[in-house]
Design a binder for this molecule. Structure first.
Ligand code: FAD
Length: 492
């Protein structure tokens, strides 16, 4: 298939016809805006879009896509640009289609527990809107102040509440999608049940803007949880973390979040933010230099206390978890703290949510986001750490993530001695070795960030040749001229 024509080589009649279809204030070629809208959170590629279009209606999105299809012009759908896989990067003169102005929030349906919103609505705004009715859309991630519902759906976002509620795809009832040809599809409406053949809605969820542009969605809501309690625990190693997880799962309080970070992560956040350690240092279990999963690990855990359950149940549980509890304790945790107020809970959460930002501000991290079966986590991490120690001595490793979902964020920092170019080149070799290990443990090379540009060339570690052929066939069917986010996820 010939590559789609990029917008910097647009025929004059493309821009002339665009001017006939959309008001002039809907698009710009201002260099500063092109730079801003041509990139996401990855800092690996140089943005180089030719045109930024910000439609206000679905009809305008359809007009734009039918024009781009007719002229074979590549389009990059763009949400809050918080993606970590390069999915919203425009690197080759594409048209950036920003959904930011389609941000209307419809009325909350308290009977059906749904709300219809436009794709450009910011996640935190959706939460605020629904909270007024005691409800929430239970998709929750650190980027909620900027990411958009359309981006969440296009990436099938995960986040900190997956352990309780599952992934984004479980919370989308209906979708409005504009196809590459500019046709508007209404998929599933607000139906909970609709057994009429293949569920086309699910095709677009997680397709990272390569199959269609999401313009509206009917979201499924839940009641806001009752009382939430946040605990931070220090444990001797990853094995103990997993034992704690098993124990809490059997307990009376539903787990809302179960997050892991190693001592290396915590030390870095504390140093960067000038904070005091939240717990007494459990030095005995932390030999010098051991900052991986074989040394002290921290768990940030959020539990829901159902209405009517006395707080003593929580206090008893917390006491039981500590090895050195007043009664002599047989727990698993070396130390722990239970937040006593919303402010303390937010401070504990900030330690976990500050890791990505701290790493980005204190060096150059190379990021991976892998998933493993829970049972494979400990052997995988042990092999991973041995691998880095043997093959890449001196490379700092930071492991954290949504451990209750088997999701590890593996970050390695650029050693000072390597140039940026050398580091990038070497991380390609590292990734091949890392993903071979992930595959050997029956895991996935992308747990929640998606594939985008960043992981495209490694997709074969997680998808069989037959699956890759099917994915290509789907792309050709839905986007025959390859104008939608070409080169992302899969190459034709
Ligand atoms: P963008 O980055 O703008 O786009 C992402 C992809 O979706 C691109 O391929 C784009 O082309 C496509 N797209 C965007 N909008 C549309 C649309 N309307 N129609 C079709 N395609 C579209 N992710 C997680 O899963 N879990 C986390 O816990 C998490 N934590 C994060 C924390 C931080 C601090 C940051 C910066 C990111 C985090 N992310 C996380 C990644 C990111 O926030 C999510 O992937 C998010 O869902 C992306 O939404 P966005 O609106 O920013 O999308």
């Amino acid at each position: 298939m010939s590559p789609p024509r990029s917008a910097d080589r647009l025929p004059a009649d493309f821009l002339a016809q665009l001017a006939e279809r959309l008001p002039a204030e809907r698009y710009t070629q201002d260099p500063a805006e092109l730079l801003e809208y041509g990139r996401d959170w990855t800092r690996v590629y140089a943005p180089a879009p030719s045109l930024l279009v910000r439609p206000r209606t679905t009809a305008e999105v359809a007009q734009l896509l039918s024009l781009c299809s007719a002229h074979r012009v590549a389009v990059v759908p763009s949400g809050g640009r918080t993606g970590l896989a390069g999915g919203a990067m425009a690197t080759a003169g594409e048209v950036v289609l920003s959904l930011a102005r389609l941000d209307r929030l419809g009325p909350v349906d308290e009977l059906g527990l749904t709300v219809r919103v436009q794709a450009g609505a910011v996640l935190a705004e959706v939460h605020r809107h629904c909270a007024e009715h005691g409800l929430t859309w239970p998709v929750d991630l650190g980027a909620k102040g900027s990411c958009q519902v359309g981006g969440n759906i296009a990436t099938n976002a995960g986040g900190v509440k997956v352990i309780r509620y599952g992934l984004t795809r479980q919370w989308v009832l209906g979708l409005q999608v504009v196809t590459a040809a500019g046709e508007v599809l209404e998929l599933n409406g607000a139906l909970e049940k609709n057994n009429t053949g293949c569920d086309l809605r699910q095709l677009f969820i997680g397709s990272e803007g390569t199959l269609g542009v999401i313009t509206e969605a009917t979201l499924k809501l839940v009641r806001l949880p009752a009382q939430l309690h946040v605990l931070l625990l220090a444990l001797p190693d990853l094995q103990a973390v997993l034992a704690l997880f098993a124990r809490l799962r059997r307990g009376p309080l539903p787990i809302m979040a179960f997050e892991l970070f190693t001592a290396a992560c915590l030390d870095r956040v504390l140093a960067h933010r000038g904070l005091r350690p939240p717990l007494a240092a459990p030095a005995s279990s932390r030999p010098p230099g051991v900052t991986g999963t074989t040394g002290t690990c921290y768990v940030l855990c959020e539990l829901e206390r159902p209405t009517g359950m006395p707080v003593e149940v929580l206090h008893d549980l917390f006491g039981e978890l500590l090895i050195a509890d007043g009664d002599g304790g047989h727990g698993l945790a070396l130390d722990g703290v239970l937040a006593q107020s919303a402010r303390e809970a937010a401070e504990l959460w900030a330690l976990r949510e500050g890791i990505s930002e701290t790493l980005a501000r204190t060096g150059m991290p190379h990021k991976n986001d892998v998933a493993l079966p829970i049972a494979a986590l400990a052997p995988f991490c042990a092999e991973l750490e041995q691998f880095f120690a043997a093959r890449y001595p001196g490379w700092e490793l930071f492991i954290f993530g949504h451990i209750g979902d088997g999701n590890l964020h593996i970050n390695v920092m650029k050693p000072a001695a390597l140039s940026e170019a050398e580091f990038r080149a070497r991380t390609r070799t590292v990734d091949n070795e890392l993903f071979a290990l992930v595959k050997a443990h029956h895991g996935s090379i992308s747990a929640e960030h998606g594939i985008g540009l960043l992981k495209r060339d490694y997709l074969h570690y997680s998808r069989s040749p037959a699956e890759l052929l099917l994915l290509q066939a789907l792309k050709r069917t839905l986007d025959p001229h390859n104008i939608l986010n070409p080169g992302k996820v899969i190459e034709l």
